[in-house]
Design a protein. Structure first.
Length: 206
């Protein structure tokens, strides 16, 4: 949602109001990660003296530094395929901006320094499928499915259970949901009534 807001140039805390109801499906391999500790200052450093003397030494009573070590998880070369459906007029504007690579703000993954490159692939129509057993290629909402455990075991799938924010209010109150994601983005066999057919691929919305 934040990336779409950046592309469209929406003010902060407005995408969650203007872009609902939105439909997003996501597919991709789980990238290699690295845990990194960054020192973030809580106050500005001590001011420098206006007059510098040749014999000047460091003061013994310098201002103590107030900083916190923040643990960050860095992703190496993450790459995802995303299906997006937005209410108009935002859907058409988003499509045109991505086609022409004319986003309003630079999209990023996490920190603003971690710039995201967005590539337009295609526009398709998706159709709701009847309840049944399907192999789903996208991230899967846990409470909408029943996994075919025997097939998952036979195919040696590495299924990860994730808990992620799903919705957010204008006051930044998040609602979370549990999801299944295969490590190498292989299709997961399951029974569901929330599957959609997008041309030749079966997907589920977050």
């Amino acid at each position: 949602m934040g990336i779409m807001g950046a592309v469209l140039g929406l003010p902060k805390d407005q995408p969650q109001e203007l872009l609902e109801p939105m439909h997003v499906a996501l597919s991709g391999k789980i990238p290699v990660t690295h845990w990194h500790k960054a020192k973030l200052r809580k106050d500005p450093p001590e001011s420098l003296s206006y007059i510098i003397k040749r014999s000047q030494k460091q003061e013994k009573n310098t201002k103590p530094e107030k900083a916190t070590l923040i643990t960050q998880e860095w992703l190496f070369n993450p790459s995802y395929e995303v299906w997006v459906g937005l209410p108009e007029p935002y859907h058409t504007e988003l499509e045109n901006r991505i086609k022409e690579r004319k986003w309003y703000f630079q999209p990023s993954l996490g920190l603003s320094e971690m710039m995201a490159d967005i590539e337009y692939i295609d526009s398709i129509t998706v159709d709701k499928l009847p309840e049944g057993t399907y192999s789903i290629e996208t991230v899967i909402r846990q409470d909408y499915v029943q996994l075919d455990i025997e097939k998952c075991y036979a195919e040696k799938l590495a299924i990860n259970l994730l808990r992620m924010p799903r919705t957010v209010t204008p006051k930044r109150v998040f609602n979370h949901a549990n999801y299944f994601m295969e490590k190498d983005a292989r299709p997961i066999p399951l029974k569901t009534s929330e599957a959609y057919l997008g041309e030749e691929r079966v997907l589920m919305f977050l």
